[in-house]
Design a protein around this ligand. Structure first.
Ligand code: F6P
Ligand code: MN
Length: 344
């Protein structure tokens, strides 16, 4: 009988006093003008994520073919799916408060100017992993929040503000639409995880904290013949297991959806690699610095991990252009350091 009553009791208790996202943001960010803007913007993004999760849940019904290719190819060379554009629109609508001056999206060529008075820049990958939509696999939304620097309300100047190195981020995070709709977030004071329940994001008891050591790697092995010497040696040593130089056995996971791989690595540790390779247009890897690598790397470092392009910490790279790609290797510190120390 006790067992029967315990679960509902905890739910009611949590609904009353539980750590909602809004409460967490009020506590973890100084509530000055900039802080209130950051809080409102994260809440706006969380509202967009609830709507995206709902759209996604209906994918495949006759009137909702969301994995269908709609546009040609986005500014990054990926095919645009209906849900990519829906997700983008929901974010734009949600950001219509007074805090954001310009929004930069993987799905759009250039800046979308929003509010002349806004003090923040938002960059986002509205639907990461969208090639998986029809496979009922986890996909997500990745975002980065940067400070506005220029006084001018003009696209060229604001683009310069979007091209700040990742170290300047005020907050970043990613939502995952999977069995659970969830969020991993940083505002620069560690990382925290949240779950959506009854239209509210509640803080999870578990806190993202990357173990230094790990023995799981994530890489698309089908590209092996195109890899650099360094990537080959690193993966070969993992495959050699206890008989190799790393002297331990590894397991491999590859979801083909960055947010899903990242969530697992935050939970269990491990290393993720999308390095440069010899295919056409992959000399800087596949992932985008501004929309994907920067926000994830900020989170990784806040959770005690490490993120690099092989030579430079991701957060110290000065972006040259909005849609620029970057080799991305992140995860448990010891594994990332092993990769960095191998000859190129
Ligand atoms: O956004 C790009 C992306 O979809 C990531 O989510 C994922 O990690 C990667 O591409 C998968 O790439 P590939 O299809 O080359 O394995
Ligand atoms: Mn993506």
């Amino acid at each position: 009988l006790l067992k029967f009553f315990r679960a509902p009791f905890f739910e009611i208790w949590r609904d009353i006093v539980g750590d909602r996202l809004e409460h967490y943001l009020s506590q973890s960010i100084k509530q000055d003008e900039l802080g209130v803007s950051i809080k409102n913007t994260i809440l706006s993004l969380s509202n967009a994520s609830k709507k995206i999760a709902k759209s996604l849940a209906k994918n495949g019904l006759p009137e909702n073919q969301l994995g269908t290719q709609v546009g040609d190819i986005n500014s990054d060379g990926d095919t645009q799916k209906a849900l990519d554009l829906i997700a983008d629109e929901k974010i734009v609508t949600a950001l219509k408060n007074k805090n954001v001056v310009a929004y930069f999206s993987e799905e759009q060529e250039s800046a979308l100017l929003l509010h002349p008075e806004g003090n923040l820049i938002v960059c986002a990958d509205p639907l990461d992993g969208s090639s998986n939509i029809d496979n009922n696999t986890s996909v997500g939304t990745i975002f980065s929040i940067l400070p506005r620097k220029t006084e001018v309300f003009e696209a060229e100047q604001l683009l310069r503000d979007a091209l700040q190195s990742g170290i300047n981020q005020l907050a970043s995070g990613f939502f995952v639409y999977g069995p659970q709709t969830s969020l991993i977030l940083t505002t620069g004071k560690g990382a925290a995880a949240f779950l959506l329940d009854k239209e509210e994001f509640f803080k999870m008891e578990w806190e993202p904290n990357l173990p230094t050591k790990a023995s799981q790697f994530a890489i698309n092995m089908s590209n092996m013949r195109f890899w650099s010497q360094r990537t080959r040696s690193y993966i070969q040593s993992c495959l050699d297991g206890t008989e190799g130089t790393f002297a331990k056995n590894y397991n491999m996971r590859w979801c083909g959806s960055l947010v899903a791989d990242a969530w697992r690595i935050f939970r269990e540790g491990g290393i993720f690699l999308y390095p440069e390779d010899k295919r056409d247009n992959y000399n800087e890897g596949r992932l985008r610095l501004v929309y994907e690598a920067n926000p994830l790397s900020f989170l990784v470092e806040q959770a005690g991990g490490r993120a690099t392009d092989g030579t430079t910490d991701i957060l110290n790279i000065q972006p040259g252009s909005l849609h620029q790609r970057v080799p991305l290797i992140f995860g448990s510190e010891e594994e990332v350091i092993k990769y960095e120390s191998l000859n190129k």
